[in-house]
Design a protein around this ligand. Sequence first.
Ligand SMILES: O=C(O)CCC(=O)C(=O)O
Ligand SMILES: [Fe+2]
Length: 258
Amino acid sequence: MTMLDTVKLSNQQISLFHEQGFLLLPEAFSGSVSKNIQKWADEISRLPEKIGKHWVYHETSLLDEKKDLINRIENMTPFHKGLSILANSFIPSCGQLLGEEAVLFKDKINFKMPGGDGFKPHQDSQAGWEAYAAYFINVMVCIDEATIENGCLELASRPVEMAKVELMGKEWTPLSEEETAMMNFKPYPTKPGDVIYFDSYAPHKSAHNYTDKPRRLYFSTYNRLSEGNHLETYYVDKRKNFPPDVEREVDKDYVYRV
Ligand SMILES: O=C(O)CCC(=O)C(=O)O
Ligand SMILES: [Fe+2]
């Protein structure tokens, strides 16, 4: 089993994170570690979809309506050793950014296969996260090269005049055109092994993938341990409204929100 290097952030990086709401860390992982992460993503996507295991969501290709794609896999740490080691490897650096001990809240891989849809502008705390903790940090690990063409992550810096880090839109709906009018979104193309930290109030979005290559990105999320360990409750709650595809009732409508 590969051991992952623990990321250690400098004071300058920590300040930049708090100023912008995000921090880029190019080449955080070496080529061989990145290859392992790609292998783990392949492995988890090949495991059978069973009730009580990792959560798999599908989508219909925007390029071919007969084609079913894996959209996202969540709740992976109990079911894959490597992906569990990956999630745990960020606890120290997220602790540095939080100023106290961090705990894992959730983890997922967004697959965005050829024909996969994008994400409307939002802040992650709009997805009801404030019910669990006041503040979270996401870590994005680039699995496949993410480009402007295949829908890399786009982030907006925190407005300088913003005194408090808070929601700029409503819960459960994406940011509106009015709310994003003054935001300056910038695409951040990444290569395998690059990492981006961004907090749960950092506005972000990404475009669909109309290229012929997958754009898989890994995301894990952490909160202050002093605000509680919510991973299990989060998934129990989410299962009620938005369970994985294998657990869905045929005649029920499920809507992805935010
Ligand atoms: O995968 C992406 O491009 C962004 C995903 C995202 O914002 C989310 O899952 O909350
Ligand atoms: Fe998001």
